[in-house]
Design a protein around this ligand. Structure first.
Ligand code: SF4
Length: 426
């Protein structure tokens, strides 16, 4: 963890790091004057307590060696991608173009795969979309998921077409016998199903019971369909309980995480533009991941789908989860800034994204020499700007001094030549 004289990169204090599950906050505060709400909410709060302390990292350990906790979940396989069971957290996205436009849809899927999507979902709202699935499966570089609402027959067709997973919305899939038919077909093919509950499309009786899409309502909807699956002996299940309200979303997943061991697909639904949606997703998905909850993530943005993948990986990287990668840390700058740090950060970040370094290291880019070694000590590599030059740090020790116009290439070269095994042994 880095410390800076301006407090720009301060680590969490013990009090800040404690789980923020303040029972007086948010929606409970508004409900305390309403006894009827309390009847509903008290069990929710009990169920939404943070994970047991044994799952949380010890704050006494040095921050770089803190073990990232993970909830134990079952494993399912989406094509060749394992989800749950301790597998790396898979990043998903969804195409925005028309599924039946096979050529363009495959181009978009390929762009998503190139951006780092492990799994891609396609919407299947029309017969022609269902008809296109076989070609898409053939041409896709990553496993595909068919997203089905309303028409269970499209799910059957998707399974026949070789789709790797089906997402059904329990709130609108229709009669229980239709759902059973889909389960049996998936079971026969050995593919998983995601029970994708969405706050905006809950079953009417559940909405009537709870009054609004509160966490227990989402949980009940999901479990109703989990029970249908289990009755059929079908346990290849992934669950999601998405909500556009980040607080409710977090609580819904916490309930699920405590009461089931099925893998969880995390997402904030209808989260908005790149800016707002990234923040909401980072809070919602990130809070859960920090507690060890979540096996696959999808960031939903009203933007080009590649942004979703990029933000998904940034969330994982921020928690030092996910694939190895270079984690750029940069100070926000202040009156002590001794050079053009913004350009340096942008250039390094762009080059790192482009070169896709398969190395797990953090690189601190700092704007002044006031706190030099101390600030860079928490990172593997670091620079601190001075007047027209910069010190290059390795584990907090100055190893070189370089002119400002050579900083970017020097940092990239240091990343390029970084030898993780040698570093671990030294
Ligand atoms: Fe911190 Fe950056 Fe200001 Fe230096 S320039 S004190 S590193 S914020």
């Amino acid at each position: 963890m880095l410390f800076c004289v301006s407090g720009c990169l301060r680590g969490p204090s013990r009090s800040q790091a404690a789980p923020a599950n303040n029972p007086r906050g948010g929606w409970l505060a508004g409900a305390t004057s309403r006894p009827l709400f309390l009847l509903i909410l008290v069990p929710v709060m009990a169920a939404t307590a943070p994970p047991p302390s044994s799952a949380a990292p010890s704050l006494d350990q040095p921050s770089r060696t803190v073990e990232r906790p993970r909830r134990k979940s079952r494993a399912v396989f989406v094509g060749g991608v394992q989800v749950g069971g301790g597998a790396p957290i898979a990043v998903q996205s969804m195409t925005t173009g028309k599924t039946h436009d096979v050529e363009n849809c495959l181009k978009e899927i390929t762009r998503l795969a190139d951006a780092g999507a492990d799994i891609v979902r396609v919407a299947v709202p029309r017969p022609e979309d269902a008809d296109a699935l076989a070609d898409l499966v053939q041409g896709s570089p990553v496993p595909l998921v068919a997203d089905i609402h309303f028409n269970y027959k499209y799910a059957l067709q998707a399974i026949d077409a070789g789709i790797a997973k089906v997402r059904i919305n329990p709130g609108n899939i229709g009669k229980p016998e239709w759902e059973r038919e889909v389960l049996l077909a998936a079971k026969e093919k050995g593919i998983p199903i995601r029970i994708g509950v969405n706050a905006g499309s809950l079953e009417k009786d559940i909405l009537d019971k709870y009054g609004f899409p509160q966490p227990m309502a989402l949980f009940e909807s999901a479990m109703r369909h989990v029970e249908v699956c289990e009755r059929e002996g079908f346990e290849d299940i992934v669950i999601s309980v998405k909500h556009s309200d980040v607080f409710f979303m977090i609580q819904s997943y916490r309930i699920l995480a405590e009461r089931t061991d099925y893998p969880l697909h995390l997402g904030v639904t209808e989260s908005g533009t790149v800016k707002a949606g990234s923040i909401k997703s980072a809070i919602g998905i990130g809070s859960l991941l920090a507690d060890g909850i979540g096996d696959t993530i999808r960031v939903s943005l009203a933007a080009d789908s590649e942004h979703e993948v990029e933000v998904g990986h940034l969330i994982l990287k921020s928690l030092r989860l996910g694939r190895p990668g270079v984690n750029i840390i940069a100070c926000p700058t202040c009156g002590r800034l001794a050079g053009d740090l913004f350009s340096i950060v942008n250039e390094v970040e762009e080059a790192v994204a482009e070169r896709k370094f398969d190395k797990d290291l953090s690189v601190a880019l700092m704007g002044c020499a006031v706190s030099g070694p101390g600030e860079a000590a928490g990172a593997d590599l670091g620079i601190s700007l001075g007047r027209g030059r910069a010190h290059l740090f390795k584990h907090g020790e100055v190893v070189r001094t370089v002119p400002e116009d050579q900083i970017v290439e020097t940092v990239l070269e240091a990343i390029e030549t970084w030898d993780e095994e040698a570093e671990a042994a030294s």
